[in-house]
Design a protein around this ligand. Structure first.
Ligand code: AHM
Ligand code: MG
Length: 334
């Protein structure tokens, strides 16, 4: 009956991270727990703002002017401000790298042992069509003795202590890793809490789906063209791969994590070093994928997490997804 179907012992994100902290015993300082708490506030606020802005825009389209006649601030800018303010006030963050800001942000507040790299609203070109966008983030601990400078973020992805994304879709989904597997949470807007809905998430070992902007194929290298062509031919089971491309990295990676398959944005003759940024797009997604049992490699088949960015907005070609599909790519193009 009705009463029996209600779970009265749900795991919220707050409960989950406190329990994780407790497991670490005296090794945990609780600082990352507080930081994750500030992050979840930023996600909730951005989720709420995106929903509201959509309505405001639609009302605008219907010919109703807003009271002040002001231009609406672009959502990218609002998302960026929300994120930076949440990090600044957390007291645990010294540095922020944001896609929206050319330079490294250094907070002058005392303390703060972490550096957070983020793309506050990735895929924003999709916003006006109501397509899912997301916030992507990666967290480094400052180097021993550092008070916060560029060296704390120009590091390899293997040094990340946490990473993830929140996808703002039909619901807001947060996929999180602190280096001990991937756990997924869904925002219950009535409770205002992220609820654990995908514990210990693992990506399927193989799945016949590929996700790439084929409109760029004219600029690809011939091996890439041949590899993608090969996926369209009937495979061992007699069926070709399916193509799925939203054009919003979080949405494409989210589907890949849940269903399996391959997502790629290679470098080409137009975008010579690729399009996606290492620190706040490639690294967090690569860490999540590996923690879920998948792989993430460069166009040359090298591990993404081993890259060492020279500048904060450096880019890389990327191929990520199920082990089976990434291995197939490496085999076919080496
Ligand atoms: P953005 O950070 O300016 O939003 O660009 C990143 C987005 C990713 O979400 C997505 O994977 C990619 O750009 C899509 O690019 P394209 O439109 O070239 O296929
Ligand atoms: Mg982006």
């Amino acid at each position: 009956d009705e009463q029996k179907s209600i779970n009265t012992d749900i795991v919220t994100l707050t409960r989950f991270i406190l329990e994780e902290q407790r497991k670490l015993g005296s090794r945990a300082t609780g600082e990352l727990t507080l930081l994750l708490n500030s992050l979840q506030f930023a996600f909730k606020y951005i989720a709420h703002t995106i929903r509201r802005a959509e309505l405001v825009n639609l009302i605008g389209l219907a010919g109703v002017q807003n009271a002040t006649g002001d231009d609406q601030k672009k959502l990218d800018v609002i998302g960026d401000e929300i994120f930076i303010n949440a990090m600044k006030s957390s007291g645990n963050v010294k540095l922020v790298v944001s896609e929206e800001q050319e330079d490294l942000i250094v907070f002058d507040t005392p303390g703060g042992n972490y550096a957070v790299c983020c793309d506050p609203i990735d895929g924003s070109s999709n916003l006006d069509a109501g397509v899912s966008v997301g916030t992507i983030f990666g967290v480094f601990k400052l180097l021993p003795g550092s008070t916060g400078n560029i060296k704390d973020v120009l590091r390899s992805g293997t040094e990340l202590v946490a990473a993830g994304y929140t996808m703002y879709g039909a619901s807001a989904h947060l996929m999180l890793t602190t280096g001990n597997g991937v756990n997924g949470f869904t925002l219950d807007t009535n409770l205002g809490e992220f609820i654990l809905t995908h514990p210990k998430l693992k990506i399927p070992k193989t799945r016949a789906i590929y996700s790439i902007n084929e409109g760029n194929s004219h600029y690809w290298d011939p091996k890439t063209v041949a590899f993608i062509e090969s996926l369209k031919k009937p495979q061992e089971n007699g069926k070709p791969y399916s193509a799925r491309y939203v054009g919003s990295m979080v949405a494409d990676v989210h589907r890949t994590l849940l269903y399996g398959g391959l997502f790629a944005y290679p470098a080409d003759t137009k975008s010579k070093t690729g399009k996606l940024r290492i620190l706040y797009e490639c690294f967090p997604m690569a860490m999540l994928l590996e923690q879920a049992g998948g792989r993430a490699v460069t166009d040359k088949g090298e591990r993404i997490l081993d890259l060492l960015p020279k500048k904060i907005h450096d880019r890389s070609g990327i191929w990520l997804g199920s082990e089976g599909e990434v291995n197939k790519f490496i085999e076919a193009t080496k």
